[in-house]
Ligand binder design. Sequence first.
Ligand SMILES: Cc1cc2nc3c(=O)[nH]c(=O)nc-3n(C[C@H](O)[C@H](O)[C@H](O)COP(=O)(O)O)c2cc1C
Length: 174
Amino acid sequence: MIPGALAPDAFRRLMGRWATGVSVVTARDRETDAGLTVNALLSVSLDPPSLLVSLARDVDTLPVIDRSGWFAVNLLAADQRPLSERFARTDPSEAKFRGVPIHRAPHGTALLDGSLGGAECRVVSRTAAFDHVLLVGEVVHLEAGRDGPPLLFYRSQYSVADAPDQLRLPPGRP
Ligand SMILES: Cc1cc2nc3c(=O)[nH]c(=O)nc-3n(C[C@H](O)[C@H](O)[C@H](O)COP(=O)(O)O)c2cc1C
């Protein structure tokens, strides 16, 4: 390894040890919905309520957010893993949303039915960060969804917590 240069794979493996939930970020521009799976999500402030998502510079959803100025986050339940897989693909947005039950937040973004909760956000800051863009959104509408175990992502695999103190890890992982 070149001194001072860190291999991206080593960094990916390190951050894989940081367990996260999984969300789908959606946006709408005119009549078109876009969306992608995101685990780089964090709460920023309580007053006003705001959150941050980190999106790769080249994802198709980013220009839709840039044009509209709005996005929504949907916190996925464990049984919504197929949605996480679907929204992580590079399919056209019509294919991603086909047959997915949604309802509309007040500013038109799609909230996925059956999620643990959702928030519609107005973009208040956009910062380039290397190959990603950090978007801070002020939450203007939120919905608590159903109760249930969350979908988790850990060591590049999906996991499920059966109960708050019981994490079910994929087989073969220490
Ligand atoms: C569990 C998981 C988490 C992901 N988290 C992010 C993320 O935080 N930011 C990001 O830009 N892409 C993330 N991705 C990758 C995007 O979902 C993927 O690149 C997607 O195809 C982009 O869709 P789009 O180009 O239609 O917007 C994640 C994928 C998975 C499976």
